[in-house]
Design a protein around this ligand. Structure first.
Ligand SMILES: *Cc1c(COP(=O)(O)O)cnc(C)c1O
Length: 450
């Protein structure tokens, strides 16, 4: 074991040390070599050292360097040093986080991390939560709590009876709703197409004045952090209106919820913490390893009622049981890395992570504007949308930049306009990374856009 793990540590360290010098998206040659993994299922065992060597020699060169400082695709964070180290130790521990008797340490770390998160994000005291695989599952989990709350108030036990014959639930979303939220609705039997869509403004924010009449059987789904622009819905206004009508407000805050930890952005996120439930990703902006998301619920009993295996099961323990708040029973103890991230950052470090990446996004946007390119969004968080002209020119630039390899960003269409979407979500990104990336834009543009 010792030799094997030392070998693994050595390889991991060499990998991380080499990140800055390599292209961000793996070269064609490296991707082609993946074919060497395509062998028949071995008849006999393979020594672990050889398994690791194969993984490193063929696998490492074919990775996308999301762990480095110049990956700006989708919304993808890196992994903070403390979380990588904690994850190694956690792999050795091999804990099952379902119930506390299976792992007292996993259960304690979740409890502590949850308390710290509620504090750091200024969520209502007593807010409960579940540790899930990402924001899609967090949306599903939190919306299941909303579904339970609404139907139980009408005397309907949805966990026992299902939705056939249940009183209807109305779901209101913004026109810029993320597909993952619609997927969560579809899995819950609430339907991705029976939602009421509210028009949005030029930044993708729901127009509060365009909300339909709300009632106690309505879930209003708002967004903190539009995946393209980073914009946050006017939460204070929407929560006010919704709560006056007795409706439930859910926030998809996959990455934007972390902005609540930054006092400098309080104006942007005002009212987000007045909602009833929230979904967040830890593997995005908090920079913990995959997979890691959080479902929060102001009244944890609803979450528990929706997620525990049965009502009788709830009586078993006074203690918070991790598995009573998640769709899974057995699962990895992802609270370990979350705790490590929060412990290593502290309040100031967390605010600084948000602050710094937002500042770097502004630096990127400024540089692009100086080259004469149009930035399509107000850069309020870590997202930048840039157009290089019409759709054809923009797509050509994106393709050429991806090929060039200094950084990686993908294409999106924002309110009818094709753009390159840049997301600065990694703790590892520096000013030098941004400047190097801008230099690459300049060089590629000189070639492509002449
Ligand atoms: C990324 C994202 C999601 C989905 O998160 P996963 O972790 O990929 O499941 C949902 N909503 C928004 C706004 C996102 O940015």
């Amino acid at each position: 074991m010792e030799e094997l793990l030392s070998d693994a540590a050595g390889r991991a360290i060499r990998y991380l040390d080499g990140l800055d010098g390599r292209r961000v998206y793996p070269a064609r040659e490296a991707r082609k070599r993946l074919g060497e993994l395509d062998i028949e299922f071995p008849q006999r065992p393979t020594p672990p050292e050889q398994v690791l060597a194969t993984l490193d020699e063929i696998g490492s060169p074919a990775t996308v360097t999301t762990a480095g400082g110049r990956y700006y695709g989708f919304v993808i964070g890196g992994s903070l040093p403390a979380t990588v180290a904690a994850s190694w130790l956690a792999a050795a521990w091999d804990q099952n986080a379902y119930v506390s008797v299976m792992s007292p340490v996993a259960s304690k770390l979740e409890e502590v991390a949850l308390r710290w998160l509620v504090d750091a994000l200024d969520l209502p005291p007593g807010t409960g939560g579940g540790f899930v695989s990402g924001a899609t599952m967090a949306n599903l989990t939190a919306l299941a709590a909303a579904r339970h709350a609404i139907l139980s108030k009408q005397g309907w036990d949805v966990e026992a009876q299902g939705l056939f014959g249940a009183p209807p639930i109305r779901v209101v979303v913004g026109d810029e709703v993320h597909v993952s939220l619609l997927k969560a609705l579809s899995m819950l039997g609430l339907g991705r197409e029976r939602v009421m869509r509210v028009p949005v403004d030029g930044q993708g924010r729901m127009r509060a004045e365009a909300l339909p009449a709300l009632d106690e059987a309505t879930i209003v789904c708002i967004q903190a952090g539009n995946v393209n622009t980073g914009a946050v819905d006017p939460a204070a206004e929407i929560c006010d209106a919704a709560h006056r009508a007795g409706a439930w407000v859910h926030v998809d805050g996959a990455f934007g919820l972390w902005a609540l930890a930054d006092p400098a952005r309080a104006h942007l996120t005002a009212g987000v913490n007045q909602a009833d439930s929230w979904a967040a990703d830890a593997h995005k902006w908090l920079n913990v390893p995959y997979d890691s998301g959080l479902a929060f619920c102001r009244e944890p009993e609803y979450l528990r009622a929706a997620m525990a295996v049965s009502a009788a099961y709830l009586q078993q323990s006074d203690q918070r049981e991790p598995g009573h708040y998640t769709p899974e029973l057995s699962r990895r103890a992802r609270g370990i890395e979350l705790w490590a991230a929060l412990y290593s950052l502290g309040r100031s470090g967390l605010a600084d992570l948000v602050e710094r990446t937002c500042r770097l996004a502004v630096r990127f946007a400024d540089g692009l504007r100086q080259m004469g390119f149009e930035v399509l969004n107000d850069v309020v968080l870590n997202q930048v949308l840039v157009s290089f002209g019409d759709a054809e020119r923009t797509n050509k630039m994106i393709g050429a930049l991806q090929e060039e390899g200094t950084f990686w960003a993908g294409a999106t269409v924002w309110q009818g306009k094709t753009a390159m979407r840049i997301s600065v979500s990694s703790w590892a990104t520096t000013e030098a990374d941004i400047d190097r990336s801008l230099e690459a834009v300049k060089l590629v543009a000189a070639k492509i856009l002449r």
